[in-house]
Design a protein around this ligand. Structure first.
Ligand code: ZN
Length: 602
């Protein structure tokens, strides 16, 4: 069986030493490292971080030939073969590996060479600090064979696929423990923080319990949340029985605080998202991803379901668990809709297409992305909501999206069968007992505007689109929905950043004032009507113009000063408000549906 010894003698150089041993086979042996990590759909070529690699044989040293960017061939060895290599670990993300004097973190996709043909064998891992890292502990869900009280020692994964699904964090960690359905859950944090674990543990326990109740079972022996707290950072990656998360330390609850702040809500939403993935994508898996060899892209049109339904279910569990009130949930949902409404790319690309092309488009966004692509996360979450509403409508409220998830779990997840490309739609139609082709053709495969006003009305939710009040306005819940929203002011139609005192255009919205004036991404605006502006003040200068008036805009394109004529255009209605409709104005069946949806008693 392949065995690896990981050691940390060169942390200051950000190097992790790996010593791999296996019994030689006759003929050629192929070793390689994955090009991507499941859950993050981009080619990352992890093998580029192998900075040295040596081979030795017990009696004959095999001949080593590099075949391509990530594969090696060994020939002519005998007895035990030993491969010693060093991996440069300087990517502080949830996807790769990072080592410095504060911690060592790695995913197996960055560290463990795969011996082709040996994937089904058990893989042994020894994590060894040789006593050099006092106070550090190992956090991982990889099954331990024999480890010391700090977790250093001998682990064993049942095969290569599981080996690379156990990220490992090694640091001076602290954390908290709780149980869901009697199964131990642990959260550990690396990085400076002042987290109030006495709040976090019960909040997480409630949220995880909502997901477990939805699926009716929790297919785990243990679960681990591995958190890196930073000044600024956000991200998560799902695994079968753990997740790696990155957050800003502001998002962790602090002692003495009582409220669920917007920042804390964001962190809980991230935990909830990755936990829902333990079913939806890690066990209920697209067939295409299930058979992927990780050496090249694997295209599926289903990410809208795996990421969209998860993005819908994550915040919904926060309100259903009682951790946040319905108002806060609506604020989250309104912000998702605003994100969708601000990109005209939704008229160019369907969420099925966005899923398929994730590798080169969603994961490689440029300045034109809002005009060219749609997010299968954000629009996918709205479609999940629409599917939830539709299943309730068709079944006179006897079915919901929860039933679809249970069906997918029973038919694909639990028996470990890959979901075919048409599998989600077919399961929904079987459940509904009728064709849902109109829904899926329009919402998933088409680019028509979603009928959100109808969907929200059926759930007892008020919905409107209005112009943004400020640059930071992402939509939300209005204080008084009876009051009409403030009238629009002229806007630039572009996102800017300050660049040496000029307003550099980062993104131009299609048909916005800046684009109509002939400005382009990368241009640096220095004056409006002859008066100097920077990255912030340019927006106030445009807002002060009378609608329809033409302004002179001076901007540098590369090093050439140019003048443009910009006609002041009013802000579009692209910002979403949602609110609970008054009980007095709503039918009883709508109120009952809303209460069932949000898990509230009203
Ligand atoms: Zn996700």
């Amino acid at each position: 069986m392949p065995a690896y010894r990981i050691s940390f003698t060169a942390l200051d150089s950000r190097l992790i030493d790996v010593d791999m041993r296996f019994a030689s086979r006759s003929g050629e042996m192929i070793l390689n490292l994955p090009a991507w990590i499941p859950g993050s759909y981009m080619i990352r070529d992890f093998a580029k971080n192998i900075v040295s690699l040596h081979v030795e044989g017990e009696s004959h040293t095999p001949r080593l030939t590099k075949l391509d960017k990530q594969s090696w061939r060994l020939e002519g060895g005998s007895g035990e073969v030993r491969i010693a290599y060093q991996v440069y670990a300087n990517d502080l993300s949830v996807r790769s590996a990072h080592a410095d004097n504060t911690h060592a973190y790695f995913n197996g996709t960055s560290l463990f060479l795969r011996l082709e043909g040996g994937e089904q064998e058990a893989h042994d891992v020894v994590i060894d600090d040789a006593g050099t890292l006092p106070g550090w502990h190992v956090a991982t869900t990889m099954p331990a064979i024999e480890v010391d009280e700090r977790g250093f020692g001998h682990y064993r994964a049942p095969g290569y696929e599981s080996l690379i699904d156990y990220p490992v964090e090694i640091a001076a960690l602290d954390g908290c423990d709780f149980e869901v359905r009697g199964i131990p859950h642990r959260l550990v944090i690396h990085g400076r923080h002042q987290c109030d674990f006495e709040r976090l543990a019960p909040d997480l326990e409630k949220i995880c319990s909502v997901h477990a109740a939805l699926f009716g079972e929790l297919p785990l022996d243990q679960y681990l949340f591995m958190v890196t707290a930073l000044g600024d950072g956000y991200g998560g990656l799902e695994h079968r029985d753990s997740t790696s998360l990155m957050c800003s330390r502001r998002e962790l609850p602090r002692k003495g605080e009582q409220k669920v702040t917007k920042e804390y809500r964001r962190f809980l939403g991230l935990c909830s998202h990755e936990y829902f993935h333990l079913w939806n994508v890690k066990r209920i898996r697209p067939a295409v991803l299930k058979k992927a060899k990780l050496d090249q892209e694997a295209h599926t049109s289903l990410l809208w379901a795996f990421e969209g339904i998860t993005s819908y279910s994550d915040d919904l569990a926060l309100v259903r668990s009682g951790v946040i009130p319905p108002r806060d949930y609506l604020e989250q949902l309104a912000e998702i809709d605003t994100r969708v409404m601000r990109g005209k790319g939704r008229f160019r690309q369907s969420v099925a297409e966005s899923s398929f092309d994730a590798w080169t488009r969603f994961y490689k966004q440029d300045e034109n992305a809002p005009n060219a692509i749609v997010s299968y996360y954000a629009k996918g979450a709205l479609i999940a909501f629409g599917l939830d509403v539709t299943l309730r409508r068709i079944s006179s409220d006897s079915l919901s999206l929860d039933d679809l998830m249970r069906k997918l779990w029973q038919e694909y997840g639990k028996p470990d069968i890959g979901v075919p490309e048409e599998g989600v739609e077919k399961a929904a139609e079987e459940l509904a007992g009728t064709s849902l082709a109109d829904f899926f053709d329009a919402c998933v495969h088409g680019t028509a505007e979603l009928p959100l006003d109808d969907w929200f009305a059926r759930m007892g939710i008020g919905y409107r689109l209005r112009p943004a009040k400020s640059l930071s306005d992402q939509g939300g819940v209005p204080d008084d929905p009876q009051q009409p929203p403030a009238g629009p002011v002229p806007v630039l139609g572009a996102r800017t950043r300050d660049n040496s005192g000029a307003a550099e255009l980062v993104v131009l919205y299609e048909e916005g004032a800046a684009q109509r004036a002939g400005l382009a991404a990368g241009d640096r605006i220095i004056a409006v009507d002859g008066l100097q502006v920077d990255g912030d003040s340019v927006h106030a200068a445009i807002a002060a113009l009378a609608p329809g008036r033409e302004a002179r805009v001076h901007a540098f394109r590369r090093d050439e000063l140019m003048e443009f004529r910009l006609t002041a255009e009013l802000a579009p209605a692209d910002t979403c408000d949602l609110w609970l409709l008054d009980a007095a104005d709503s039918a009883d069946e709508v109120l009952a549906r809303r209460a069932a949806w949000l898990g509230t008693d009203d």
